[in-house]
Design a protein around this ligand. Structure first.
Ligand code: PEP
Ligand code: MN
Length: 363
């Protein structure tokens, strides 16, 4: 009898894990039994959530903040699961936490951003996971380094965990104001490219750090073909013991999910595919031309390098570079190209040009 019940619980987890979009939601932290259970019951009522999340141990930046209720909260999650049938997910950062989580039948584990940065911790968690049959989600590290993210995936995979997913939760960046953690979408896209078999879901809550831009971030994630979302919810968000500014009620979550335009990566509609192919073809041509032009530009840089060498002039002439940039900003503005893009583009071109000239001057 018990074996059958256990199997069906596994099947529920499997179905949730394979669902697209996968929606995970729940409080940043389990605070009290009432708050945990009520949040989950209200989430279940929306019918839009596949897995429940809750922080049991909270890695906080500063001591003295609420550091999680600890093992005591695990039976609350069992209770919530019993009432709703929803699988539960928690963050684990140590071997003991993994043991406790498995002991209390937590269905999905995740490795937090502050753990992914530390290969010792990731290895400890991976070793504790050996032999366990549990899906594991791995958040990107706090710092924008996808090698660390990749390393964590490798360590967990080597421990024999076959169901691994990724969570994009943004990256710490100095002086960043709009977001709590800058999304740096290009890094998520590069990680997706590197790990084609793994799902990647997005965490708008920890990227935004505030409620008013949650939808924008979630929509962008879906537009970039992410496999799902993990969003924090609380029965009384303003009174939450952690991350109060970014949490929303379960009912607000349902509205937010309804407002998202769910797009699909491919469609079978022929007219659409043909039109898209044509546009992509145009882009390919333009990209080809751009590369050709850049090649020509660098050839000229080589000639300049030679000229400067013969006349004993330094490579960098700041005034000239400022003038080029100013002109590009003005032109870019007319063509609807952001200043940020122009800066990045010109920096890259300039660096390549300097490298070319450097080679010539030192040859
Ligand atoms: C969390 O999900 O509550 C959390 C601590 O997130 P992160 O590891 O992304 O900071
Ligand atoms: Mn949180």
């Amino acid at each position: 009898m018990e074996a059958t019940a256990a199997k069906s619980a596994k099947e529920v987890v499997q179905a949730a894990w394979n669902k697209r979009p996968l929606i995970i939601s729940g409080p940043c932290s389990a605070e009290t039994e009432e708050q945990t259970v009520e949040t989950v019951v209200r989430l279940a009522k929306t019918g839009k959530v596949d897995v429940v999340r809750a922080g049991i141990w909270k890695p906080r930046t500063r001591p003295g903040s609420f550091e999680g209720i600890g093992t005591k909260g695990l039976p609350w999650l069992q209770q919530a699961k019993k009432l709703t049938g929803l699988p539960v997910a928690i963050e684990v950062a140590t071997a003991k936490q993994v043991e406790d989580a498995l002991h209390f039948d937590v269905d999905v584990l995740w490795i937090g951003a502050r753990t992914t940065v530390n290969p010792f911790s990731v290895q400890e968690v991976a070793d504790a996971l050996r032999g366990a049959d549990v899906p594991v989600l791995i958040k990107n590290p706090i710092n924008p380094d996808i090698e660390l993210w990749t390393g964590a995936v490798e360590r967990v995979a080597k421990a024999g965990i076959s169901q691994i997913g990724l969570i994009h939760r943004g990256f710490s960046s100095y002086g960043n104001t709009e977001y709590r953690n800058a999304p740096m979408w290009h890094l998520a896209i590069e990680m997706k490219r590197r790990t084609p078999g793994l799902m990647m879901i997005n965490d708008p809550s920890h990227i935004s750090g505030r409620r008013d831009i949650l939808l924008d971030v979630a929509q962008k994630a879906i537009d970039l073909d992410m496999d799902g979302l993990i969003i924090e919810t609380h029965i009384d968000p303003d009174k939450a013991w952690s991350d109060a500014k970014q949490q929303i009620t379960p009912e607000r979550l349902a509205e937010l999910l309804d407002s998202i335009k769910w797009r699909h990566e491919t469609t079978t509609e022929k007219a659409f595919i043909d039109a898209l192919d044509k546009l992509r073809e145009q882009i390919n041509h333009i990209d080809d031309e751009l590369i050709q032009l850049l090649g020509q530009r660098m050839k000229i840089a080589d000639q300049i390098g030679k000229y400067k060498k013969d006349n004993n002039i330094t490579i960098l002439q700041t005034n000239r570079w400022n003038a080029i940039l100013e002109k590009a900003f003005a032109k870019g503005d007319k063509l609807n190209l952001s200043k940020e893009f122009i800066t990045k583009y010109y920096d890259a071109v300039h660096m390549e040009s300097i490298n070319h000239q450097n080679k010539i001057m030192n040859s």
